[in-house]
Write a protein that binds this ligand. Structure first.
Ligand SMILES: Nc1ncnc2c1ncn2[C@@H]1O[C@H](COP(=O)(O)OP(=O)(O)OP(=O)(O)O)[C@@H](O)[C@H]1O
Ligand SMILES: O=C(CO)[C@H](O)[C@H](O)COP(=O)(O)O
Length: 299
């Protein structure tokens, strides 16, 4: 954690909606005049798509499993180093994993490959990470400890799978069978690496559909925002102004002392109302820390 160079991380499984949520953050950043250094979690995969296919085959021969959720397929050292470097210096190194032809063509590369590492951070106000492992902790790495504001994006699992299957088949060129196989193969890592993060988050946003999703593997469409509610759980509710949220968000209610429920269509508004003051607070602390540093260097 660093007052001078704060880090915000939105963490969630594949298909949870972390990329989609980024639009709400971008809107808040624009409104507050913040320049973020943006990092996509998939950049920290260890392997290109071709190398991952080989790693999967090799693991299978040894009766083992490898998945994008675990430490075998992701470089947690590099992710932790980026967070540490940015929090200490406001700088770091980043690259992108290109999923689709649309993403790859501008780089003259193929989908499933990485762009070269490049410098990031110069002149930015904070680091914004969205991806799988913003709150990960293992025996070797503690990524979570560097994060100042950790947000969980966690649809209930049937919805998460529907979102993943439909996105991966429509946009990333995979077959329904291969996406289903990857869900099965990833299950152990999902439990070991992904879900524990949601107990470390400051706020979780959990989308819960109000339509039948009991067979996610046959679903033809993603339930819309209006076909869902969002359950918002605060880790520390001491300073949360629930009466304000209840009065501002039509149709919202509290289901527990630390939990607000809003209609799906109000998710963007709820995110803006809840996250804006938290982000303003990070900026306030950053300015105070910089003032103190200026004052000390004047001595
Ligand atoms: N709130 C939402 N309402 C409707 N559809 C959504 C919502 N959030 C995400 N989706 C859809 O779910 C799919 C997955 O979302 P997204 O790509 O944001 O996931 P992700 O967490 O970034 O996944 P990955 O880490 O694998 O890139 C997309 O097709 C997206 O349009
Ligand atoms: O979303 C994912 C993990 O978050 C993908 O499964 C992973 O990034 C591999 O991508 P692709 O299937 O495009 O090679």
């Amino acid at each position: 954690m660093s007052s001078r160079n704060p880090i915000i991380a939105v963490t969630g499984s594949s298909g949870a909606g972390t990329s989609t949520t980024t639009e709400s953050f971008e809107h808040i950043f624009r409104t507050l005049g913040i320049k973020p250094a943006t990092v996509e979690g998939d950049s920290f995969h260890r392997y290109s798509r071709q190398e991952m296919d080989m790693a999967k085959r090799k693991a299978k021969e040894q009766q083992m499993k490898i998945s994008y959720f675990g430490d075998a397929a992701n470089d947690f050292d590099a992710l932790e180093k980026l967070f540490k470097d940015y929090s200490e210096t406001g700088k770091g190194k980043v690259r992108r994993y290109l999923h689709t032809f649309d993403e790859a063509v501008p780089y003259n590369q193929m989908p499933g490959t990485f762009t070269p590492w490049e410098a990031l951070g110069e002149g930015t106000d904070l680091l914004y990470y969205e991806g799988l492992h913003g709150g990960v902790v293992t025996e070797k790495n503690d990524v979570a400890k560097h994060v100042d504001l950790l947000i969980g994006m966690v649809p209930i699992v049937n919805l998460e799978w529907i979102q993943k299957i439909i996105r991966d088949t429509n946009k990333r060129g995979h077959t329904r069978e291969s996406v289903t196989a990857s869900i099965v193969r990833s299950m152990e890592d999902y439990i070991s690496f992904i879900t524990p993060q949601f107990s470390r988050t400051h706020v979780n946003f959990q989308r819960v559909p109000t339509v039948d999703t009991s067979n996610p593997f046959s679903a033809k469409a993603i339930p819309t925002l209006d076909e869902s509610f969002v359950v918002i759980r605060f880790r520390d509710s001491t300073n949360v102004d629930f009466p304000y949220y209840l009065s501002m968000i039509d149709g919202s209610f509290m289901s527990r002392v630390n939990t607000l429920v809003v209609p799906g269509g109000k998710m963007g508004l709820a995110m803006e109302l809840i996250l804006t003051p938290l982000i303003k607070d990070l900026l306030f602390k950053k300015n105070e820390a910089n003032k103190q540093l200026d004052w000390m260097s004047d001595l």
